[in-house]
Design a protein around this ligand. Sequence first.
Ligand code: NAD
Ligand code: MG
Length: 394
Amino acid sequence: MKKQGICILGATGSIGQNTLDVIAHNQDLFDVIALCAHRSFETLFEQCQKFEPAFAVLSDQEAAQKLQNLISGTSLKTQVLAGEEALCEVVSLASVDKVMSAIVGAKGLLPTLKAIEAGKVVLIANKEPLVMAGALMMQAAQAHGATILPVDSEHNAIFQCLPDHYRTGQTLPKTVRKVTLTASGGPFLHYPQEAFADITPSMACKHPNWKMGQKITVDCATLMNKGLEVIEASHLFSIKHDCIDVVVHPESLIHALVSYCDGSLLAQMGAHDMRIAISHSMAWPHRIASQAAFLDLVEVAKLNFLAPDTSKFPCLRLAYDAMSAGKAAPAVLNASNEVVVHAFLQGQVRFNAIPVIIEKVMNKLYDLSADTIEQVLQVDSIARNETLKEIRKF
Ligand code: NAD
Ligand code: MG
């Protein structure tokens, strides 16, 4: 494998740090060209000292100035850039071969799209842009010769269970009957629904299996994460929603399955460690060591599976509804969810109000169009405002 120039969007987050860990153990294969984040300048400074990127970008101007001050006191040659436009500039640099898209939320849409338009190999962890504008992103990849590789563990697992010649965006082989995403069920799988109103942010931020950023951890607790992933899968694998199943698998050791016409079910298994999917996407079509632990099946002994309960966790149903409704509905679902989860983390809304508010906003805005990126961004902004209004009413 030729040495690959890498740009990481969201370098200081959970996926970003795991990506840098994979790079640290494979220094001969990767060259860190640009590290980007929002305002965590101290973490970014430490990463710059260790990986010596050509560019460090913070979307927040003030934080970028603080990073500049820290770097000026060293012999580092890293150039500091500020602002959202700078994110879009570094992903397109000629020295960048691969872009890890790992910003959280809708803010990742424009830089990820720029990377696609620059024809890069784009490793997508940041699922929200695919939910908002998946069809437009997949079309752009086709038009600009970009390769999109899934990092989200379930989608990476599906990709691994498909034939070697399969590329994302293509229709699935006719021999594939359906794909199944597994869900851990989150911390409230067996928690009584009557007590959902009293769930606090700190309770919702404790995932049974994975250590991740706050937003996705709350999404796992409401099962919205699985809903977003169903929509994500529909775009990555060009598959209709009635061919995408969800099964609750509390051990999170099988990440997804692909069912073939002869009755075969291919599954991808592994420890719940994101470095497996990250390293797979970074090295594809090769494989490299990820430092993740190997599974001891005798120690695992048992795997459990159960159907998701959408009356207890309506967010999963809302995502299927949004996908059937099409048009702007998935973008509305995503924007509303981002705002209401933020409000929940601030203690402004109760846990059980999350799906109620999102559904109200979806019912109001189901008919908007989202045929261009400009329309998607407009829908995103309208849905955020509507959600804030609904939150105030609660
Ligand atoms: P996180 O909160 O840990 O990190 C988010 C990163 O995005 C940080 O580096 C932050 O600085 C950056 N960021 C936030 N807003 C930004 C902005 N406006 N401009 C530039 N950078 C910004 O999140 P995470 O858990 O690493 O998740 C990142 C994405 O990957 C999410 O979309 C999540 O759904 C997806 N994902 C995460 C995991 C996981 O294990 N953490 C697994 C699958 C998918
Ligand atoms: Mg996932």
